[in-house]
Design a protein around this ligand. Structure first.
Ligand code: AMP
Length: 285
């Protein structure tokens, strides 16, 4: 029989639960999510289990990180199913605050990381990373975990969070979880649910193209030429391309000539669905 997961909705109740773990000398790993739990989130729960005695998952669709014309209202929500799946995966506690708990009246503070947030997804989605940085800072302060796990799929987000934790001296280790993919290579995402059957058939071209760019770089092709070829391939397949970029893996600084080590990142639209993905250079086996 599946067990029900413990659920808390307020910072006060959350802190009571975490304090009890602390009193028993247990360590805590946090997995922040926006719900619509799929295998990608569960793989982050598995990583969390290797890092700490207790796994705390948060579920909060953060209005601050959506633009006015983005999919905040349409974003898939199914809390009771998420709770069941997370319990089965071994998460100990679900923190699912209401928006009014996270952002009480007259909430006005923003965490802005600058630098790393200015281009790539930051250019295409103004204010997105301030929204992410603000909610993640709040979650880290509310949950006070030893470790927090974020997916490498959102690679720029992972670096932004590492930077804010360092800059603000928040005492937590940030761990990246490997990208979880469908058999055909498409990175799992809650937004894949928006794809029509025809779009779903085209979507794996994103990963194939990123791999192709990485292979060309490994063969000595210059970064600008490889990225441009990738953009061309994606546009020919029917994507609207926000960017294809070859960047320094820790700083996201642009790279131009031949490269030994890099990250290839892309964001594209298929109809109304925005997809992001990235691969390392060299490609892992
Ligand atoms: P979300 O619920 O979309 O905000 O995602 C919650 C966490 O899961 C974030 O740290 C994401 O980076 C991560 N994540 C989303 N998709 C994947 C994926 N395909 N592989 C690994 N992590 C992912």
């Amino acid at each position: 029989m599946t067990r029900a997961i413990d659920l808390v909705r307020t910072v006060r109740d959350l802190r009571i639960r975490v304090a009890a773990w602390r009193k028993a000398s247990e360590t805590v790993a946090l997995v922040p999510t926006m719900g619509a739990i799929h295998a990608d989130h569960l793989s982050l729960v598995s990583v969390a289990q290797t890092q700490a005695d207790r796994v705390l998952t948060s579920l909060f669709v953060n209005p601050l990180q959506f633009g006015p014309r983005e999919d905040f209202h349409a974003y898939p929500r199914n809390e009771s199913r998420d709770a069941t799946v997370l319990a089965a995966a071994g998460s100990d506690l679900l923190y699912a605050p209401e928006a009014s708990e996270m952002y009480p009246p007259h909430f006005s503070t923003r965490v802005s990381v600058g630098d790393l947030t200015e281009d790539l997804c930051g250019a295409a989605r103004p204010n997105h990373f301030d929204g992410v940085a603000t909610v993640v800072t709040k979650l880290l302060l509310q949950c006070a975990p030893d470790t927090a796990i974020f997916g490498e799929k959102d690679y720029q987000q992972l670096l932004v969070i590492k930077r804010l934790v360092r800059d603000l001296n928040i005492q937590v280790a940030i761990i990246g979880g490997p990208i979880v993919r469908e058999d055909d290579g498409l990175a799992l995402s809650s937004r894949n649910a928006y794809l029509s059957r025809a779009q779903r058939a085209v979507a794996p071209t994103l990963y194939q193209t990123l791999r192709q760019v990485a292979l060309e770089l490994e063969q000595g092709c210059g970064a600008d030429a490889a990225a441009e070829a990738g953009r061309f391939k994606l546009e020919a397949a029917g994507f609207r391309v926000d960017y294809v970029a070859v960047r320094e893996p820790d700083t996201l600084k642009p790279l131009h000539g031949p490269v030994q080590v890099a990250r290839v990142l892309a964001a594209v639209h298929l109809g109304k669905t925005r997809l992001v993905d990235n691969v390392p250079v060299p490609l892992q086996a």
